[in-house]
Design a protein around this ligand. Structure first.
Ligand SMILES: [Zn+2]
Ligand SMILES: [Zn+2]
Length: 350
C-alpha cells in the first residue's frame, strides 16, 4: 500500500499528523500532488469550533485553497493528464438545483466542498471527486504563476464576487474596513480594477502599515480618527462609492451604510457569529440616498476562472500577502501562526 503524510482533523483542537493510504483515482476522478494549500479563517474556525457539515466522530483533511500537480487520472477523464499544474476550486454544487443551474454553485443549498465536506489539501496527495472534475473545478494554472499564488486564487475570487456585486467602476472611491488578508486582497483587486482611491481602516499598526505599503491612498486608524469624517474629507463630502466590510462586525456594517455616497454600494463581506447576527442599519440612508446593501459568500466557477486569468496576466500580484510558509509536518505551528494575527497568508507546503 502506498502511503502519504496527512494532517487529519479529528475534532476541534485535534489535528493529527498521520501516515495514511495514498488516494488512487476512481473513474472520472483526479489525484493531485498538493504543492500549496493556504490557511484561511474558515480553517481556523473549524479547528476551534468544528463545522456543521463535519459530523462528530468523522475525520477530515482540511485545506481548501489549493494548487498542485496532477499525478493520476481515472478512467473517463478528458482534458487533464499527469504533469499538468492545476488550481482547484473547492466548492462543489449538487449540479441540478435552481442555484446550480443558474451558475451559482456557491449558493447551492446542498453544497459540498473540498477541505470541508470532502478531504482537502493539508496532505501530500488529494483526490478530486468525479462531480468536482466534471463541474470544472480543476483549472490549469496559467504559465508563470506559482503554485502559491494559484492557491490564493480561491480567496481572491471571493473578493472578485464581492466587487462585482458592488459594480466597482474605474475612478470610484473604495473603502475597505479591516486590513486582514481579505481586506488587503480587496485593496489590491480594487487598485487593479481602477478604483480612483482606496481608503483602508484598521486598528492594528502592523496591518495598517502593510495596507500603506500595498498602495492604500489613505489608511485610517479608527482609534485616532473618525472614519466617517476621514472618508467625507477625502471625497469632497460625497462619501464612498463602494464600502467593503471585511470584518465580521455588526457595528461596522452599520457604519458602512453611513459612509456610502448617494447611490453608493455596500458589501457585507464577512459573516457575523450566529445568534449575534443582527445589525441596526439606518434605513433612511438606504432609502433617501439610494444606497445598495449587498452581501456575497464564496465565488462561483466563472469568477474563480476569471480570477486565475487576472493573476495569470501578471498585472495583479498577490504573492506579497504570503508572509509565512510551513512544511506539512508543522501544521500545528502553521495554524497557530495563522491565528496569531501576526501573519497575513500562511501557506502549507506538503
Ligand atoms: Zn477560505
Ligand atoms: Zn445545487
Amino acid at each position: 500500500m502506498d502511503t502519504m503524510l496527512a494532517a487529519v482533523y479529528h475534532g476541534p483542537h485535534d489535528v493529527r499528523l498521520e501516515e495514511i493510504e495514498r488516494p488512487q483515482p476512481g473513474p472520472r476522478e483526479v489525484v493531485m500532488r498538493v504543492r500549496a494549500a493556504s490557511i484561511c479563517a474558515t480553517d481556523l474556525r473549524i479547528f476551534n469550533h468544528g463545522h456543521f457539515k463535519i459530523p462528530e466522530g468523522a475525520v477530515r483533511i482540511l485545506g481548501h485553497e489549493l494548487a498542485g500537480e496532477i499525478v493520476a487520472v481515472g478512467e473517463g477523464v478528458t482534458g487533464l493528464a499527469p504533469g499538468v499544474r492545476v488550481a482547484v476550486a473547492p466548492n462543489v454544487g449538487c449540479g441540478s438545483c435552481w442555484e446550480c443551474v443558474q451558475g451559482y454553485n456557491n449558493l447551492c443549498p446542498d453544497y459540498g466542498a473540498l477541505g470541508i465536506t470532502l478531504d482537502g489539501g493539508f496532505a501530500e496527495y488529494m483526490r478530486i471527486t468525479a462531480p468536482a472534475v466534471q463541474q470544472g473545478n480543476v483549472v490549469e494554472i496559467p504559465e508563470g504563476l506559482s503554485f502559491e499564488e494559484a492557491a490564493l486564487a480561491e480567496p481572491l475570487s471571493c473578493c472578485f464576487n464581492a466587487q462585482r456585486a458592488c459594480r466597482l467602476a474605474p475612478g470610484e472611491t473604495l473603502v475597505v474596513m479591516g486590513a486582514g488578508p481579505m481586506g488587503l486582497m480587496h485593496l489590491l483587486l480594487g487598485r487593479y480594477s481602477g478604483a480612483g482611491q482606496v481608503i483602508v481602516s484598521e486598528v492594528r499598526e502592523s496591518r495598517a502599515r502593510q495596507a500603506a505599503e500595498l498602495g492604500a491612498d489613505l489608511v485610517v486608524d479608527t482609534r485616532e480618527r473618525d472614519l466617517t469624517e476621514a472618508v467625507l474629507e477625502a471625497t469632497g463630502g460625497h462619501g464612498a462609492d463602494v464600502v467593503m466590510v471585511a470584518v465580521g462586525s455588526a457595528e461596522l456594517q452599520e457604519q458602512a451604510v453611513e459612509l456610502a455616497a448617494r447611490r453608493g454600494r455596500v458589501n457585507f463581506f464577512a459573516g457575523l457569529v450566529a445568534g449575534r447576527d443582527r445589525a441596526c442599519v439606518n434605513s433612511n440612508r438606504i432609502h433617501y440616498s439610494q444606497v445598495t446593501v449587498t452581501g456575497t459568500t464564496g465565488s462561483n466557477h466563472r469568477q474563480y476562472r476569471r480570477t486565475l486569468q487576472m493573476l495569470g496576466s501578471g498585472r495583479l500580484s498577490i504573492g506579497s500577502l504570503v508572509t509565512l510558509r510551513r512544511p506539512l509536518h508543522e501544521i500545528g505551528e502553521a495554524l497557530a501562526d495563522a491565528a496569531s494575527g501576526e501573519q497575513l497568508k500562511v501557506v502549507v507546503i506538503p
